[in-house]
Write a protein that binds this ligand. Sequence first.
Ligand code: FBP
Length: 554
Amino acid sequence: MEFSPLQKARYAYKPKLPGMLRNGIKEICVKEGEATNSVADQEKIKALFPNTYGKKEITFEKGKNNALDKKQVVGVILSGGQAPGGHNVICGLYDALKATNKDNVLYGFKGGPSGLVEDKYQILDDETINLYRNTGGFDIIGSGRTKLETEEQFKVAAEVCKKHGITAIVIIGGDDSNTNAAVLAEYFQAHNTGVSVIGCPKTIDGDLKNEDIECSFGFDTATKTYSELIGNIERDCNSAKKYWHFIKVMGRSASHVALECALETQPNICLISEEVAAKKMSLSQIANTIADSVCKRAENGMNFGVAIIPEGVVEFVPEFSRLIAEINELLAGEKAKEFNGLKSWNDKYAYIERGLSKDSMNVFKILPQTIQQQLFLERDPHGNVQVSLIESEKLFSALVGNILAERKKKGEYKGKYSALHHFFGYEGRCAFPSNFDSDYCYSLGYNAFMLIQYGFNGYLSKISNLSKPAEEWVAGGMPITKMMNIERRHGEDKPVIRKALVELDGAPFKYFAKNRDKWAVETCYTFPGAIQYFGPSEVCDLTTRTLALEKGIK
Ligand code: FBP
């Protein structure tokens, strides 16, 4: 195996732990906090989690560790989309486990949650772990999106744990995976398996956060990577002065990634899906807003610009989600075969016209043909349109182009409009973790082991005070049930961790809203540059603008 100079240098980086975990394993004790309640639907959640509901939040502090002599065999699982820092969660977990007792064992279940129920694993040792310290990716054991949610799966999981003498499972995942971690923890406790389950908050989307979890890991590195690229495009754009760049950024549902990138780079336009939904904006209203910026800039001789589009935006446009619902209905069951049997696009178009309501057809008509066809090509396993595959950056640039053509005819616009398109998503999910994510993830893993050692079950590893230097971070744990409420999923009431969308009355959005009119017309680009791993703290250890604004830091 060959390694790049940066990879070698990153192996030597020593991630920073919260001050309270730095005194050595023997000097970590538990301070109990208040008993907890779920964020909503308390009675229902309590009834569903009779064994794990209402537990106390805890923090760790300096003091005698009285749980040292319990031998632990831990299984770790990476779940869902990659996020920078996942390897360091495993490294922190491993280091704490081995520092406690060198006979402790760490199993890595392969390919995500399915690895546990299929009993596919690798025992992690020094040699393997040392190859992955401070590196991006989830390739140490792989990840997957299988959900652990059925009684049958839990039963098999319990048998696999028993077979290997496993005492705890750590699930590194997003809101869905940690919801399932809570359900598994309840099952294990109810069946007296003696196995505990600890979750770690992961997702570049940034939507697993709440009053306890300040941010999910990976968000920092992914947004810094996208912001570097957007800043580079802005500089190119301001040099060539001839293109409008439409840049879609990942974030399946919430717009935290788009907003953070906008705060970092000050583009001319950034759509925020949550605002689109709150104002019930139509596609043409959105496109007109962008077109206004194009026209005003053209009047000032600037036929160029940058617009950031969040990946999930179309689902937040009410008329578009109605259209999607009607298309799903139009192709439900056997009807899909009939539709797909039609030979030409004209025949299909006539079928669509007959099946859609007048309002939805009006929306459908204004879409470029490539987008119209995308709505009928890609279906998920449930037969639904996969909204994330819609090229919304192309959709909006085309709609803006149509509006500008109309305005030109009326003599309202005299500029030139040439659009380029980009999608930044996978580029950022496996980047070398920033110092922040390296430290945060290592701490989450290390802390997860302390929770295991002290016998907690159904807890999320919690590191807080993150806008401060790592020395001042606070380590502890939070019962996952505290973050849950009941939501309607696939026609059923389900207990789930509440997803955090962008809050329109939150400080990050307010800052953006205060400045965006100026950014839309003037050229105010800022260039964050590449993530710095070595150098002065003020450039290497920067927190996200989102977290800084949320914590009232200017
Ligand atoms: P997680 O919620 O599992 O962290 O994944 C989020 C994400 O990165 C989204 O931003 C994106 O829409 C999606 O994964 C892509 O999924 P896939 O990797 O399956 O293509």
